[in-house]
Each structure stands twice: as structure tokens, then as C-alpha cells.
Design a protein around this ligand. Structure first.
Ligand SMILES: *Cc1c(COP(=O)(O)O)cnc(C)c1O
Length: 814
């Protein structure tokens, strides 16, 4: 089926599960691991790990990795990804039911999920889980096709030319939806037309193609590419000449009424959204339903119930040191499985709790549905299960174990809720919408005041991917997570970096490293400022010191002698080449080599130095001198030291501006957080954090009054002001008070008025329409952290690291 040579010394297997990632999977009988090779990632390296976990069936391109394994089935192929895609293609071809293929720059996942909502009472639907739309996501989506389904919804996403043909061959959609086109991934395409053309190739064989005629480029490219094809083109537009012509668009507070002509008659729908993108997504769905001949009555009754689609998994700090993972994504078994696998990765706490509601409209008999849920909970070793809803309560017998409790509804659960019942555990909350589980997550969230630092892990991932394109595939990355990961939250960021297979972490102090170890971070960690008093715990927690002078070398050697550790302990040597902070001077290298040669207690894993002004062209001559001095020192050490070591000198700006000096490793800091002093480099990076708060109170203050402590001036005119819960103790410097700084509310500038207090401040909202509880942005999309840093006469590093620990960090990821 996939092409390739089968070698087997194991009983023949029937394959049920395809596994691409050694980190997220459940071991079940009939699992097949594909050792996919990417630019940086080689799946073969994880074969031993998945074998350990019980997998016995492998598709590989390099047989040397499996030669030592017993009792396995192996298919040897030339290209593992291609064979996965071939398998998916063959599987999909077994089914003749309609396949709706969805692509475009934005809205793919929402259109897919909405169609599933709109059609799931009439069809047994199979669809891509979450946004599984890539070269590997699509095969996994297609693999789910079964006989009992009668309609498929599959999304396809690309980032480079040539990719869509591969997806098209697998998906072979019978109906296509082209959502829209935007700037994403434009850097990989010559122009927008080339990108549209590439995306359109998904529909080369589709019978019907649905699109919005008001995107002129799309409309024209469809004309060029489908003019002579039998494909039925179905468009909607706000102008005459389309199959569905919108003639009415009335927006109210929270819903939109849309009216239009289709097939000679007038139709109308109401959707519970007002945003332009929601209207666009809804129109694609509407046109498809009209085309399918679904009655106005049915369409009209379902459209108002379209749910918001939360694409993100929200992680937040909970009460009693719990970690709360809030998955508002729709409730089905597949997304439950994805959420559980994510939960398992969070090793902050040992105990796992899942709070789930009934799964509605699954189409499966309840016995089987809840049997599957119970099996998943068992498989992922959930310690405690709280089931909410009449169906779960009726099937409580399927859930074995003492630690299960069932409630008929959310209200009853909240009635018995006690904070003390939840302590040091990871809690997954996942409920169908009408169970209103947000009321549960509110109770479980740590109550801080309502100022939060939002951190977008998808953006951090994009930054990391971008940095990797600047590096040779073999260059290692040490990620700097000092100062609580530049203010972003130590554990969560470290966890993210470990998951993304960064090679090393670096923290400033031993305590930070110990905290990471205690929450389960296992990767190597270097400590930049190892205090002598902390050497014993460094050794205990396998934290690797930076050794920067003879004093630290001697005392660390003494600590090693005291310990009962066996083998040489890894250390890093810091050389001073011009930063003139910590480090051995060049003249000391010879004595250093001699001292290290005399002991077998330590092993030098790396030698490094730090650039003083890597961001600035003005200092390039000194930077190059630093680099060459470093190289000389490293050569000198290499002549003496028995083992090879890694060399590293580049920080973020160094990577950008002096990539030739990447040696074997780089130290990545600010760029990971999406920030750069260089305006060109900024264009490639996405700032990951946003500091936001909410309006606590609004008041009108009459002319002649003062605002806050010891006002400098009394009001010359009446003002409307908002009180916001952020003050200098949160990292909002007092110097910004009295009109110097501002925040952004409803996209508009709201200047501080009066002095900034310790925990609160006041802003002028006289000309802004807003209400209590509305969001206030301190920095983020509307107000860049650079502008704020400029106003404070400092640099973004300081702004970020000044945000107080009492400000809650909330992490988002897809
Ligand atoms: C903080 C730090 C870095 C990272 O610097 P960025 O400019 O944030 O990339 C690298 N090396 C050392 C020694 C550091 O202290």
C-alpha cells in the first residue's frame, strides 16, 4: 500500500493508529510509527523511545536505527512522509461519500467547525481534528474516515509552493470552499496570485467550488484557472452577478441579520456575531447549505446557534498551586484526546483531574461513546474524574475507580465546590457550551487582581522556527529563561522549550534552576550566576554552572569533592573578550587549561563568551575583535582539554547580524519573546506578550476637583475617568502619571490622569466610549512595547522583567 520493503519478525499486525510524534500518543495495539525526517527533526532518533513505550511497527528510511530492536515489523521506504501520504491517499480512496475541502488564509477551521455544527443532525460527519491541515495533519485527518460516515470536512493549509498538490492528491475534495487570502506565508511566494493559484490547486478535480466574488484577485484567478473546467463555480457577493447576492446586512449589538437572493428567491439568516470575518465565514456556510438544498427553515433555525470557536487551549495558574487547562474547543472524543495528551505533558503537578460534561451530538450510542471516554481517562491515567451532565451520570458505571464523582448539572457541582478539594493538581476543564463551564474555571483560577500578562505560545513557536531558519541544522540552541523567562513565566516557557526540543536552558540563579527541576524540567540547564552557597543544590539538581574565574572553579571543585557524585560534572567556561563583566581573561587561559587538566571531577561541555554590542553596526569592529579573540581562546583550550566542547558567543542580535559566528551553539533570548532592537529584524518576529487589565470603575469628575493622591492640578473641565487595577507595584512606573504615559482602550489613547498609585491608576476616557469591565491594553497590539519602553527611557527587557509576579500570566496556544 505504501511501497517499500517489509521486514518482519513479529506477528503480522493490523494497524489502527498512526503515530508521528513520540511525545503525544497513546500506546495501543496496532500502532504504527512513522520516522519522519524534517530539516531539523529526525523521527528515527525517537524510535528507541517509542519502542520502549510498546510500539512494534515502524516505517523507516534508515534501517540502522532499528537493527538492534527485537520482535518488530518494519517497512523500509525511501521517503517516510511520502509513504504516510500514500497510505492516507489510498485510505481516502476507499470512500465515495462527499468530501468538502476547505482552504484559504483565514477561517478554515471556523468554517469547518461551523459546517459540522450546521450539518451534524443530517449527516454522520468525519472532520479534521482542530487545525490538522498540514502535510502531516491531513494524512492523520484522512485516516479517520470510516464506513459509517457519510460526509467529510477536511481543511488544507500550506506555507510553501508545491505543497498543495500533495494535499490535493490525498484529499480529492468533491466540493471546495476558498475562504479568503491574506498575507500569511507571503514571503515564500513570488506574489499574491502565485499563492492563490497554489491554493486553488486543491480544487483541480472538485465538482463545485464556493468562494466570495468580492476578493478581486481570487475571482480573477478562479476565472483563469477554472474557465475551461467543468467545475461548478458558486459565488456570493455584495454586488449583483453572484449566485448568492447579499442585499441586506443589519448589525445589532451582538448579532447580524443577513438577507440575500439565491436561485430567484429571497432568504434570510441571523448569526450571533457582528465581526466582518464571522459574516464572511457564515456566508460560505450559508451558500453551501443553500446549494445542498437544505430548507430555509432548517438553515434559519441553526445559524443563530453558531458557537464561537475557541481555537486555543488556555492554561492558567489555579488556586492552591493547581494548573488549570481550559479547553473551550468543542466537545467531542477526538478533541478530548488531544486535550488529555496536552494535560499529560504538563508535569507541573503529579496529580491529574478531568472535569468533563456530557458530549452532545456525537451520533454514537451513549454506551460506546462514554465507554471510549472512560478508556481514554484510564489510558491517560487521570487520577480524578468529575463528570457533569445527565448522560455521564447515567453511565457512571463505565467509569471504574473510587475517584469519580458525577453531578446532573453544573449548578449542583458548584454547590458542593470547595477550594480545598483542589490542591497541586493539573486540572482539565472541558464542557459543551450549554454547560457553561466558564463558571467552574472562574472558581478554580487563582484570584489575583484583573491585570494579566498574556503570552502567546504559538507566536513563540513562530519566533523559534524563524530563528532556526537563520541557523545551520546542526547548531544547537540554548534558550535564555533567566529572570522568570524575561518576565513571561519560568515553568511554562521552559516546558514549551523542552517540548520544542531546544537543547539547553540558561537561568540566572540556582534557585530558578531548582524550581524548574522541581516542576519536572529534565533538559540540561546552565546557571549564569552560580552563588557559591548554592553549589550543593546545583549538584543535586544537575544544574551546570558557568565557571568564570579561579575562585569559582576552586570552590566548585571542593563542592564536588564533598559530594558523593560519580563521574565528571558538566561545567561551562566563560571567557571575557570585551564585555568586561564575568569571565576568564585571555591571559588566564593557559593557567585555566592547566588547572582543568589536573582534575577529573569536571567535564567542560562548553566554552563561551558574550558580545557587548551585537545589535549595533557602529560597534561591529569591536564585535569582530571579540569573536576572533574568543575563537583563539577556544582553540587554545581545545589543544589541552581531553573532550570536545561546544562553543557559543551569539545572543539574539548576534544570530541576526553575525551568523558566521554561530559555532556549535547560540544563546537565544529576546528574539524568542519576539522583540528586537533592530527594526528590520522586528518584521520577522512576533511579540509574544500583551499586558492587559480591565476597567474597575468609571466616574464623572466635575470641574475643579482633583484626581488621586496630592493632585498636581485641579480639573479645568469635567472629565470622565476610569480606574484601572495596575500601579507601580505591578511594574507601571510612577513617572508615567499626570499625562506622561497612556494606555489604550477601544483602540484609543487614554492618558494617565493624576499620580499613579501603588495598585491602581486613573486614566482619562472623556472621549472614549467604554464601560466598566472593558479591556485596557498597556502594551500589545495597539501599543507596542517599544513605544512604552521609549516613553520610559529604557529598553523592552526592563519593561518585561519589571512586570510584577503578582500579575497573572496566562498562556495561549492552539
Ligand atoms: C541574557 C543573555 C543572553 C541573551 O541575550 P538576548 O539579547 O536576550 O538574546 C545571552 N548570553 C548571556 C550570557 C546572557 O546573559
Amino acid at each position: 500500500m505504501m511501497g517499500g520493503i517489509l521486514q518482519t519478525d513479529h506477528q503480522p499486525a493490523t494497524i489502527h493508529h498512526l503515530i508521528l510524534d513520540s511525545r503525544i500518543f497513546q500506546i495501543q495495539a496496532g500502532s504504527l510509527f512513522f520516522a519522519i525526517e524534517g530539516v531539523r527533526h529526525n523521527g528515527h532518533h525517537y524510535i528507541a523511545e517509542v519502542y520502549q513505550k510498546g510500539v512494534r511497527n515502524f516505517v523507516v528510511s534508515d534501517p540502522s536505527y532499528i537493527s538492534a530492536l527485537q520482535d518488530i515489523n518494519v517497512i523500509l521506504v525511501e521517503n517516510v512522509l511520502a509513504s504516510l501520504q500514500k497510505l492516507a491517499e489510498n485510505h481516502r480512496n476507499k470512500f465515495t461519500y462527499p468530501v468538502i475541502g476547505i482552504t484559504g488564509s483565514n477561517g478554515k477551521t471556523i468554517v469547518k467547525e461551523w459546517l459540522a455544527h450546521l450539518l451534524d443532525r443530517d449527516f454522520n460527519i468525519v472532520k479534521s481534528p482542530k487545525s490538522y491541515n498540514s502535510q502531516t495533519g491531513v494524512p492523520l485527518s484522512l485516516w479517520r474516515f470510516q464506513d459509517e460516515h457519510n460526509l467529510a470536512l477536511v481543511e488544507a493549509g500550506i506555507s510553501e509552493p508545491g505543497e498543495m498538490q500533495l494535499l490535493a492528491r490525498m484529499i480529492r475534495p468533491t466540493t471546495g470552499i476558498f475562504t479568503n487570502v491574506g498575507p500569511a506565508h507571503q514571503e515564500n511566494f513570488a506574489d499574491i496570485d502565485e499563492k492563490i493559484k497554489e491554493k486553488l490547486s486543491l480544487f483541480a478535480e472538485a465538482e463545485t467550488l464556493i468562494y466570495c466574488k468580492d476578493h478581486p484577485r481570487i475571482h480573477e484567478m478562479i476565472g483563469v484557472n477554472f474557465g475551461d473546467k467543468p467545475t461548478r463555480l458558486l459565488s456570493w457577493s455584495r454586488h449583483p452577478g453572484a449566485d448568492l447576492v447579499l442585499t441586506k446586512e443589519t448589525q445589532n449589538e451582538d448579532h447580524t441579520l443577513l438577507g440575500g437572493n439565491f436561485g430567484g428567491t429571497y432568504h434570510e439568516i441571523t448569526i450571533p456575531f457582528t465581526h466582518a470575518s464571522s459574516i464572511e465565514n457564515a456566508c460560505h456556510c450559508w451558500l453551501l447549505m443553500l446549494h445542498m438544498g437544505i430548507s430555509d427553515a432548517v438553515i434559519g433555525s441553526r445559524m443563530p446557534l453558531l458557537p464561537p470557536i475557541a481555537m486555543r487551549l488556555e492554561q492558567l495558574a489555579g488556586i492552591n498551586r493547581c494548573l488549570v487547562i481550559n479547553d473551550a474547543y468543542n466537545s467531542d472524543v477526538m478533541s478530548l484526546e488531544i486535550a488529555l495528551s496536552q494535560l499529560k505533558l504538563q508535569r507541573k503537578n503529579k496529580k491529574f483531574t478531568a472535569i468533563l460534561s456530557d458530549i452532545l451530538q456525537s451520533g454514537e450510542p451513549q454506551e460506546i461513546l462514554y465507554g471510549n471516554v472512560a478508556a481514554l481517562l484510564h489510558h491517560y491515567k487521570v487520577d480524578r474524574f468529575i463528570g457533569i451532565g445527565p448522560q455521564l451520570s447515567a453511565h457512571s458505571g463505565l467509569f471504574s475507580g473510587e475517584n469519580t464523582r458525577f453531578f446532573p448539572d453544573t449548578e449542583t457541582f458548584l454547590h458542593t465546590f470547595r477550594k480545598d478539594d483542589f490542591r497541586e493538581e493539573n486540572i482539565l476543564i472541558k464542557g459543551a457550551r450549554n454547560f457553561a463551564f466558564e463558571r467552574i474555571s472562574e472558581r478554580l483560577e487563582e484570584q489575583t487582581h484583573e491585570t494579566i500578562l498574556e503570552i502567546d505560545l504559538n507566536r513563540m513557536q513562530q519566533n523559534l522556527n524563524y530563528i532556526r531558519t537563520l541557523l545551520k541544522p546542526s547548531t544547537k540552541i540554548m534558550a535564555m529563561v533567566k529572570a522568570f523567562a524575561y518576565g513571561s513565566g519560568g515553568y511554562e516557557i521552559a516546558r514549551f522549550l523542552e517540548f520544542n526540543r531546544v537543547d539547553y536552558l540558561a537561568v540566572a540563579y540556582t534557585d530558578e534552576g531548582v524550581a524548574l527541576r522541581q516542576t519536572g524540567i529534565e533538559m540540561p540547564i546552565m546557571v549564569l550566576n552560580p552563588e557559591i552557597s548554592g553549589y550543593d543544590s546545583m549538584i543535586r539538581y544537575r544544574l551546570e554552572p558557568q565557571i568564570y574565574n579561579f575562585r569559582t572553579l576552586q570552590s566548585f571543585l571542593q563542592a564536588l569533592e564533598r559530594s558523593d557524585l560519580e563521574g565528571a560534572f558538566p561545567v561551562h567556561l566563560k571567557i571575557n573578550t570585551g564585555m568586561n563583566r564575568l569571565g576568564f581573561d585571555l591571559l588566564e587561559i593557559e593557567a585555566l587549561s592547566a588547572a582543568i587538566a589536573r582534575t577529573d571531577l569536571i567535564r567542560v561541555v562548553s566554552v563561551f563568551s558574550h558580545l557587548a554590542a551585537s545589535e549595533s553596526a557602529e560597534h561591529d569592529a569591536r564585535t569582530l575583535a571579540q569573536i576572533s579573540a574568543f575563537e583563539k581562546a577556544a582553540d587554545q583550550l581545545r589543544d589541552i582539554l581531553p573532550q570536545p566542547f561546544l562553543r557559543h558567543i551569539l545572543n539574539s542580535n548576534g544570530i541576526d547580524r553575525h551568523p558566521d559566528a554561530q559555532y556549535e551553539m547560540v544563546r537565544l533570548g529576546l528574539a524568542l519573546y519576539g522583540i528586537s532592537p533592530d527594526t528590520e529584524a522586528r518584521k520577522q518576529l512576533n511579540p509574544v506578550s500583551r499586558l492587559v487589565t480591565t476597567i474597575s470603575q468609571i466616574r464623572i469628575v466635575p470641574k475643579g476637583e482633583g484626581i488621586g493622591y496630592s493632585p498636581k492640578k485641579l480639573l479645568a473641565t469635567e472629565k470622565r475617568i476610569a480606574v484601572i487595577p495596575i500601579g507601580y507595584a505591578d511594574g507601571m512606573p510612577r513617572k508615567l502619571g499626570n499625562g506622561i504615559g497612556h494606555v489604550v482602550i477601544d483602540g484609543k489613547k487614554a492618558p494617565f490622569i493624576g499620580n499613579i498609585c501603588m495598585d491602581m491608576s486613573m486614566v482619562d476616557i472623556t472621549n472614549i466610549s467604554c464601560a466598566e469591565g472593558d479591556e485596557v491594553e498597556v502594551f500589545g497590539e495597539h501599543r507596542s512595547i517599544y513605544a512604552l519602553a521609549d516613553e520610559l527611557e529604557t529598553i523592552p527587557y526592563e519593561v518585561l522583567t519589571n512586570i510584577s509576579q503578582r500579575v497573572k500570566r496566562v498562556f495561549h496556544s492552539e
